[in-house]
Design a protein around this ligand. Structure first.
Ligand SMILES: Nc1ncnc2c1ncn2[C@@H]1O[C@H](COP(=O)(O)OP(=O)(O)OP(=O)(O)O)[C@@H](O)[C@H]1O
Length: 613
């Protein structure tokens, strides 16, 4: 890993608009306004932004006739050939007429801007739904499987000019399934990775004549990357495109939804067999996500042969267990609109011994790969990726706080402070915290991982023209802080320090002495919080969150916080430097555990009770 990539070590998965430079944020806001204006001009009402992905943004609006529409705009900052993909997407989606696929209304190019208009799928996407509700009940899981299998069969049977031409969606994942909870129905969206399959589910070249077979086209994959958190290894490793790719997407999606996770990586720790699913279904998912090619194929075949019978499984108890969260979580009774961003440090030990997988390189030109690369997942094993993905999921809730995990010989020691600003999300949030701990317990070795969750809306920004200039604030800056409900005088023995684990070897920015000395002085005052300085060539961001616990020290606390801002012009060099202080030490210990034990839904739910019939 070279120095350049280390400097960007902290890049969060999804740059919040609040973390962009003033100019970039303005550009995006102006562009949103322009899109809205254009859509209004075309007669669409109630235009709103509903989603953003790696390639662009999606707006919703209502036509003059009252039909709900979605408009996908490609990001004009992406290279032209990547933007052109929206046209391919419209072409593929337009070929499919099915009640579980939104109908394409039009594809338009206005100057460099491409727009795809389609019917709006009712409901919310399943990633959002999973964040609201946590692991889904078996009944919903079975519904989703059945509908997804139906769509995938339709794709396998697709014909053009009388010839079989199976289509691969290539990016099946929760956020690409819109769930209408009232009618318990899904729609499959985002056809940006779809292609005509090169081989069928049995590995036979598709309907090609001898000339096609001899041409180079069938030596090289036409597959697109899809989301690396969900696609199977064949797609990731550039095998010829096949309907089997979507079986992997199906299995990963179902697994993620049943476990309340945002990726497939944790499947060897939080196994499908541990989720309280009916055994038949759990076995099928285990097989579909197996490392062995033949087992995977058999699992997929079993799924397609049996999905219609799944609804016959009688489920009395559900898979969802109400349980106390493994870590203490604080719930703010009022909903507060905060935009959480997670910054993690000390990830190097998680990267451990795994080398960079060169086989991924043919996707270098892909926006999804960017995302993968920037998340620094490469070089990590599946379990470590699962853990990082679980920490990122915590940042999708309105939460502030911190997390320090130490792996030692006998198990893991966890200090945390997690405050959730929406009581309705508690169940889901608690299950995500549990998953994160379960995944951490399965990682061997010794090391430290730290993570800070802050509200990006409070980040302070200072800009400069170039790296040689000083950072000088153009407007008065101030670091905000909250006061705890009651004043708590500190207990020395439980005090957590900003300097607990020494300097972070992954952080490159050296802060000037006057700032460091203020942080040292703050450390002696009973409070919780974090401060992260992120120095970029033309932009300094100061991420922060603070809660003062010892109210008697308010005056000095406030002046230290504001004083340290006077020295930002002394900041020299680029990189990150962050400090986190938890309210106190309440270390939880968990021993190592390679995987969760098996847990299935009871086979015959009426076995031990009076038969209702
Ligand atoms: N037809 C639709 N009906 C309802 N919601 C939609 C529709 N199309 C897109 N969305 C919403 O917009 C979000 C982004 O759309 P989409 O996934 O197509 O974009 P993308 O840029 O390809 O995203 P990604 O990088 O996540 O694959 C979706 O997750 C969904 O919430």
């Amino acid at each position: 890993m070279n120095e350049k990539s280390l400097k960007h070590f902290y890049i969060p998965d999804d740059q919040s608009l609040y973390l962009l430079s003033h100019q970039d944020a303005k550009k995006i806001k102006d562009w949103f306004a322009l899109c809205k204006k254009q859509l209004n001009k075309l007669g669409y009402k109630q235009v709103e932004l509903i989603g953003k992905g790696a390639f662009g943004f999606a707006f919703a609006g209502i036509s003059g006739l009252g039909e709900e529409r979605v408009f996908k705009f490609s990001k004009i900052t992406l290279p032209q050939h990547i933007q052109d993909r929206l046209e391919d997407e419209a072409y593929m989606q337009g070929k499919l007429v099915h009640n579980l696929i939104p109908e394409v209304i039009a594809f338009q190019k206005i100057k460099r801007q491409s727009i795809l208009a389609m019917a709006r799928a009712p409901g919310v996407d399943l990633e959002q739904f999973s964040l609201r509700h946590g692991p889904l009940p078996i009944k919903s899981i079975i519904k989703i499987i059945q509908m997804l299998c139906e769509v995938l069969i339709k794709l396998r049977q697709f014909k053009s000019d009388g010839e079989r031409k199976p289509i691969v969606h290539g990016d099946i994942k929760p956020s690409n399934l819109v769930w209408d909870a009232t009618n318990e129905s899904i729609m499959l969206i985002d056809w940006g990775s779809s292609v005509f399959a090169q081989v069928d589910e049995n590995g036979q070249y598709i309907g090609s004549n001898v000339m096609d077979l001899m041409s180079g086209d069938l030596q090289e994959t036409n597959a697109r990357l899809g989301d690396v958190y969900f696609i199977g290894n064949d797609q990731l490793n550039g095998k010829l495109s096949s309907p089997r790719f979507d079986e992997q997407g199906l299995a990963s999606t179902i697994y993620a939804l049943a476990s309340g996770q945002s990726s497939r990586f944790g499947r060897k720790i939080i196994t499908p067999s541990s989720l309280g699913l009916p055994k038949q279904l759990a076995d099928c998912l285990e097989a579909m996500m197996s490392d062995d090619d033949e087992t995977r194929r058999r699992g997929g075949d079993y799924m397609f042969a049996n999905y219609q019978h799944l609804s016959r499984i009688v489920v009395q108890t559900d898979n969802i267990k109400e349980q106390i969260c493994l870590l203490p979580t604080w719930i703010n009774q009022e909903i507060k609109d905060i935009e959480t961003v997670v910054y993690s440090s000390r990830k190097s030990f998680l990267r451990g011994q795994y080398g960079f997988d060169e086989s991924n390189l043919h996707y270098l030109d892909d926006a999804q790969f960017e995302r993968y690369y920037k998340n620094y997942l490469q070089g990590m094993g599946e379990n470590e990726k699962a853990f990082i993905s679980a920490v990122s999921r915590l940042g999708k809730y309105p939460v502030v706080g911190g997390l320090a995990i130490k792996w030692q010989d006998n198990g893991i020691y966890v200090d945390s402070s997690l405050k959730l600003y929406n009581p309705e999300l508690q169940h889901s949030f608690d299950r995500s915290v549990d998953n994160m701990i379960t995944l951490a317990r399965a990682i061997p070795g010794s090391g430290v991982f730290k993570s800070c969750m802050f509200n990006a809306k409070n980040t302070l920004h200072v800009e400069r023209k170039n790296e040689n200039e000083k950072f000088i604030a153009q407007v008065p800056l101030s670091i905000p802080y909250e006061m705890s409900k009651v004043s708590i005088v500190e207990d020395e023995s439980r005090m957590h320090s900003y300097f607990e684990d020494g300097e972070d070897p992954d952080e490159l920015l050296k802060l000037p002495e006057p700032i460091l000395s203020r942080i040292h002085q703050l450390n002696a005052i009973h409070h919780t919080g974090c401060i992260i300085f992120e120095a970029l060539p033309t932009h300094l961001k100061i991420h922060n969150y603070y809660t003062l616990l010892d109210h008697s020290k308010q005056k000095i606390f406030n002046s230290l916080l504001q004083e340290l801002l006077q020295f930002i012009d002394l900041i020299d060099g680029l990189g990150i430097s962050g400090f986190m202080k938890l309210p106190y030490k309440d270390t939880r210990f968990f021993d190592f555990q390679a995987a969760l034990p098996d847990r299935f839904a009871p086979r015959n739910p009426y076995q031990n009770s009076t038969n209702p019939t």
